[in-house]
Design a protein around this ligand. Structure first.
Ligand SMILES: *Cc1c(COP(=O)(O)O)cnc(C)c1O
Length: 457
């Protein structure tokens, strides 16, 4: 048989392409999945299979695939001015307009924006910025940034260091100095025998103990995702964030919210900081800002830090593609579509509650120990015993088995260990939510039989 187009691509890919976050040998044995096309909430692979994208790409394609408004905005900007930089006292219309639009959407006094090309670059910018801020304020010894175990803040050196992913730290001697971690507010994983509220407070108070152990005069900032995404859609108990904010204020530690996933409607609010009643000093955004159509990130900066930066002489930081005009034009179009179609309100009042109700119905499945969610984020925990919530031994790989069954069913659902997570496009319809939940249930049934066959052997 002649080699198909797909096989030819797989051969070229295996020969020349090193993939991000991929086990290369496993990939070469299996052959890559080739995705060719997208429309709405669906993807099509090279075999013509239609797949419901329950992850919106990587948490980013919030308006779904194939949106004409975004395509036209990119096309028009490419013709008008495909590139210019923002260094050395220059601006261009898309960046200036987008900064003003974002300042109008953001909570609190986040009135200034620094553009980057990605979420990771936002977090590198945060490190540079908060240390520069404290140095300008005459406190150069305030350098330490506190984060959390199992946080995800990207994959540059600073992003991976701020993140709390042990396997990432293990490769290359991370974290960098002066980046330290406290425990995460993961109730099911680390405190399910305890009262959730007390557990949340206890985890928040670790921040105070860490600040005191380091010496408050050395601590620059605390960074956290409102809801941890890549760590497994970990929703902190109520009381956690207010306590974190209280502690930051008490010790004059800057509060940095990494809203790379939560921003732009994912939780039913433009930013999750509003939902949690937080007034961060810095806020990072990326992913949904362009619905993933262009790479773009931005750090929103509160008045206090912005004034110091503006009056602090030149800040020696920036990227060639900071505020790329095409990316900014697409972000502007994306926000306009969201406003016109009231996408955020719809997540808050209609499709978010509907998805959460349908998702919770999976809780009766014998493999499921917990379901949880917020807005259009949701997770479920696979357990070996529903009565005792006993988890599978880690080498069982229940999550990966379930993920493969989801793909067979035509559904992208991601596995973080034995936590199954979804983050579908915000434009998903009620019928598509039903389809997602039905496919997830079939995948759970198939996972159960695969696991009992394994045990039978
Ligand atoms: C994805 C992500 C990042 C990294 O963004 P990149 O664009 O991949 O660099 C940072 N923080 C959070 C919370 C993320 O989910």
């Amino acid at each position: 048989m002649p080699e198909s187009n797909k096989e030819a691509l797989q051969r070229l890919d295996a020969a020349h392409h090193l993939h991000p976050f991929t086990d290369g040998r496993a990939l070469q044995q299996k052959g890559t999945r080739v995705i060719e096309r997208g429309e709405g909430v669906y993807l099509w692979d090279a075999d013509g299979n239609r797949i419901l994208d329950g992850m919106a790409g990587l948490w980013c394609v919030n308006l779904g695939y194939g949106r004409q408004e975004l395509i036209e905005a990119a096309d028009a900007q490419l013709r008008q001015l495909p590139y210019y930089n923002l260094f050395f006292q220059t601006t261009h219309p898309p960046a200036a307009r987008l900064a003003a639009t974002l300042a109008g959407l953001l909570p609190g006094d986040l009135h200034h924006l620094f553009f980057t090309g990605s979420g990771s670059e936002c977090n590198d910018t945060v490190v540079r910025m908060v240390r520069h801020f404290w140095a300008e304020r005459g406190r150069p010894e305030r350098r330490v940034i506190i984060s959390r175990n199992n946080a995800y803040h990207g994959s540059t050196l600073a992003g991976a260091s701020l993140g709390g992913m042990k396997p990432m730290h293990g490769q290359g001697g991370l974290p960098l100095p002066d980046m330290v971690h406290i425990d995460q507010p993961y109730h099911f994983g680390e405190g399910r025998d305890t009262d959730p509220h007390a557990f949340g407070l206890e985890r928040a108070r670790q921040l105070e103990r860490k600040i005191l152990a380091l010496g408050p005069e050395r601590v620059a900032a605390f960074i956290g995702e409102p809801v941890q995404g890549a760590g497994g859609v970990i929703i902190p108990p109520d009381g956690y964030w207010p306590e974190i904010q209280r502690i930051c204020q008490k010790y004059d530690v800057l509060l940095v919210m990494d809203e790379v996933i939560c921003g732009f409607g994912r939780t039913g609010h433009w930013f999750a900081s509003e939902y949690y009643g937080l007034a961060p000093d810095l806020l990072c955004m990326a992913k949904g800002i362009t619905s993933g159509y262009q790479p773009l990130g931005a750090v929103a900066v509160g008045d206090r830090v912005a004034e110091t930066l503006i009056n602090g002489g030149e800040f020696f930081h920036g990227f060639t593609y900071s505020g790329h005009p095409v990316a900014c034009a697409v972000a502007q179009a994306c926000i306009e579509v969201m406003q016109r179609e009231q996408v955020v309100e719809r997540v808050r009042d209609d499709i978010g509650p509907y998805l959460q109700r349908r998702w919770a119905s999976l809780g009766d499945h014998p493999l499921v120990g917990e379901t949880r969610g917020l807005g259009l984020l949701a997770a479920l925990e696979l357990v070996a015993d529903q009565a005792t919530l006993q988890r599978f031994p880690t080498d069982t790989g229940a999550g990966l088995i379930c993920r493969e069954h989801c793909f067979e069913q035509g559904l992208v659902m991601r596995a973080v260990g034995d936590t199954m997570i979804i983050s579908p496009p915000l434009v998903i319809t009620h019928e598509q939510v039903d389809e997602l939940v039905e496919k997830a249930r079939r995948a759970l049934d198939l996972t159960l039989s695969t696991l009992s066959n394994q045990q039978g052997k």
